[in-house]
Design a protein around this ligand. Structure first.
Ligand code: IMP
Length: 466
C-alpha cells in the first residue's frame, strides 16, 4: 500500500498521541498532504521536534513540513482568534503557514458560541471553545461559514459578512440577555475584530475538496488526521458526554469531501486509558471528584512524585494512587484546559468498539514508556453489568455507568525508551502488545516508546515473536 491514503483516528477518549504519530508518518512515509476533518481548537496535538514542543489545536500536524499541504476541511469549525493565535505562535518559532489551506465550507466559531459554551457546557465538561454551539448552528442552518467571510478571490467580503454577522449577532444577543441573563456582545467591535483577523488567513481559503480529489488523482499520498476519539464521537461515543463532531471514518469522508475511503486506517491507542471532562468511564482508577474539585485534591498526590510507600499502596490496590501514578508518569494534564486528566488501565472493550466503527486495519500504540517500571499492569477485557458479562460497548450511559471492569493481570516491564525494534523490547512488554493484538484481532504496527519524533518502533508482522 505504497501510495495508500491513511486515516488516523483516536480509538479512545481523545488525547491518544495522534499528533506525534501523524508527524512521524509524514516524515517517514513522505505524505504529501495532511487533512483535519472534524472538531476545532478543542483538540490538542503535541509535536516534539528537535527538542522543541509545538502545541497544535486547529492546524494539521503536518505543518512543520513545508512541502506538505495542510488542509482544514469542511467538517472542522474554525475560530478565527484561535487560528490566528496559532499561526502567530508557529511564526515566532520560524514555522510558516504558507502551506495551509482552509475550506470555504468550514463553519466559523463566533464570539457567541464561546459565551454560550462557557455558560452551558459545564455539565458535559466541554473545553468552552464554542465547538458544540457552532455545530448546533451549522445543523440548524444559522451558521456563518469561512466562505461568508472570504470570497472566491480570497478577498475579505466585508459587506456580505457584516450583513450576516449583524443579523445573527442581533438574534444571539437576544438569547444571551433574555434567556441566559448574560451581557450582550458588542456587535460592531466583535465584527471589526473578525474582519481584521480574516486578513491574516484569507489567502489560505479555497475549495479544499477539489484540492484533495485533484491530489488523489495525481497519486499523492494523503493522511487524514482525526481529532478527539471514537468514544467522544457524536453517534458512537458516550452520548451526551461527547463532542459535537464525527471522530470516525464516517467523519473523515463527510468532513473532508474526499471521495476515497482511506485504504489504511490506523487507530491510535494509548497503552492505558484517559478521559477529560465528565461522563461514565468504567476503567477509571480512583475517584474523579478527588482530581476534579481542587479542594479535594489533597486526597492524593495529583502532580507530586510518588513515594515508595505510596507505590506499595498502589500495587496493593489503592486505585486513587495508581491513577495518580499513571497521571504523573504520563503527564496527563489537558493541554487545552490544564485540567488533570482521568486515568485508567487500557479498556480493550472500548477500543474494540472503535476498531469496528472505523474498520481499523492497524493500531499505533502510544506512550508505552509511561507504563515502564509499574510492576503489575492490568488490561480491561470485559464489563460486569449485574449478572451479565459484556464484551461489547453499551450505548446507554446508564448501563455503562453501572459496569464494573473485569481485568486480566499482566506482568510489568522495565524501560522501553531507546528500543528501536520490537525484538529489543522487554519480554513482558511484548506479551502486553501481543495480548492487545489478539483481543482486537488487529495488528499493532507502530509502538511509540517516548515523546520524541524518532522514538517509535515499526513492527512489520502481527504477534511478531521478536
Ligand atoms: P467539546 O468538544 O469542547 O464540546 O467538549 C465535549 C467533550 O469532549 C468534553 O468532555 C471534552 O473534554 C472532550 N474533548 C473535546 N476535545 C477533546 C480532545 O481533543 N481530547 C480529549 N477530550 C476532548
Amino acid at each position: 500500500m505504497k501510495n495508500a491514503s491513511t486515516l488516523i483516528v483516536g480509538a479512545q477518549f481523545g488525547d491518544e498521541g495522534k499528533g506525534k504519530i501523524v508527524d512521524s508518518l509524514v516524515q517517514d512515509e513522505k505524505f504529501d498532504c495532511v487533512v483535519r476533518y472534524n472538531g476545532g481548537n478543542n483538540a490538542g496535538h503535541t509535536i516534539v521536534s528537535d527538542g522543541n514542543t509545538y502545541p497544535l489545536h486547529l492546524i494539521p500536524s503536518g505543518i512543520l513540513h513545508p512541502r506538505v499541504s495542510n488542509v482544514i476541511g469542511a467538517g472542522v469549525v474554525v475560530d478565527p482568534h484561535g487560528l490566528v493565535a496559532e499561526m502567530g505562535t508557529l511564526a515566532t518559532r520560524g514555522v510558516s503557514c504558507s502551506n495551509l489551506c482552509i475550506s470555504d465550507r468550514a463553519h466559523l466559531v463566533m464570539p457567541w458560541h464561546k459565551v454560550i459554551d462557557g455558560h452551558l457546557g459545564k455539565a458535559i465538561g466541554t473545553t468552552a471553545r464554542g465547538i458544540g454551539p457552532c455545530y448546533e448552528d451549522r445543523a440548524s442552518r444559522r451558521g456563518l461559514r469561512v466562505g461568508d467571510l472570504v470570497n472566491e478571490n480570497q478577498k475579505v467580503d466585508r459587506d456580505h459578512f457584516s450583513e450576516r454577522f449583524r443579523e445573527v449577532a442581533t438574534q444571539k444577543n437576544r438569547i444571551l440577555t433574555r434567556l441566559y441573563d448574560l451581557p450582550p456582545l458588542k456587535v460592531e467591535e466583535e465584527l471589526e475584530t473578525v474582519l481584521g483577523l480574516a486578513e491574516q488567513f484569507r489567502e489560505a481559503v479555497c475549495d479544499t475538496a477539489e484540492l484533495l480529489n485533484r491530489l488523489k488523482n495525481q497519486g499523492k499520498k494523503i493522511l487524514f488526521e482525526g481529532a478527539q476519539g471514537c468514544l467522544l464521537d457524536l453517534d458512537w461515543g458516550t452520548y451526551p458526554y461527547v463532542t459535537s463532531s464525527s471522530a470516525t471514518l464516517a467523519g473523515c469522508l463527510s468532513g473532508s469531501g474526499s471521495a476515497h475511503i482511506p485504504e489504511r486506517r490506523i487507530g491510535i491507542v494509548k497503552a492505558y486509558s484517559t478521559r477529560v471532562g465528565e461522563g461514565p468511564y468504567p476503567g477509571e482508577l480512583g475517584d474523579y471528584e478527588a482530581i476534579r474539585v481542587p479542594s479535594m485534591r489533597g486526597k492524593g498526590p495529583v502532580s507530586a512524585d510518588l513515594t515508595d510507600e505510596q507505590k506499595q499502596a498502589a500495587l496493593a490496590g489503592d486505585d486513587q494512587i495508581m491513577g495518580n501514578w499513571i497521571r504523573r508518569a504520563g503527564q496527563e494534564y489537558s493541554m487545552t484546559t490544564g485540567r488533570p486528566i482521568r486515568c485508567g488501565w487500557l479498556d480493550l472493550v472500548a477500543v474494540k468498539h472503535a476498531v469496528e466503527v472505523s474498520g481499523l486495519t492497524e493500531i499505533a500504540l502510544t506512550k508505552l514508556d509511561v507504563l515502564a517500571n509499574i510492576p503489575k499492569l492490568k488490561l480491561l477485557t470485559a464489563y460486569q453489568d449485574k449478572e451479565k458479562t459484556l464484551t461489547t460497548f453499551p450505548s446507554r450511559i446508564a448501563q455503562l455507568a453501572r459496569c464494573k471492569p473485569i481485568y486480566e493481570e499482566q506482568e510489568g516491564f522495565g524501560e522501553v525508551r531507546g528500543a528501536e525494534t520490537f525484538a529489543q523490547l522487554p519480554n513482558p512488554a511484548k506479551s502486553y502488545i501481543k495480548r492487545i493484538e489478539e483481543y482486537l484481532q488487529t495488528p499493532v504496527r507502530i509502538i511509540s516508546v517516548g515523546p520524541g519524533r524518532a522514538e517509535h518502533i515499526i513492527k512489520e508482522r502481527s504477534c511478531d515473536p521478536g
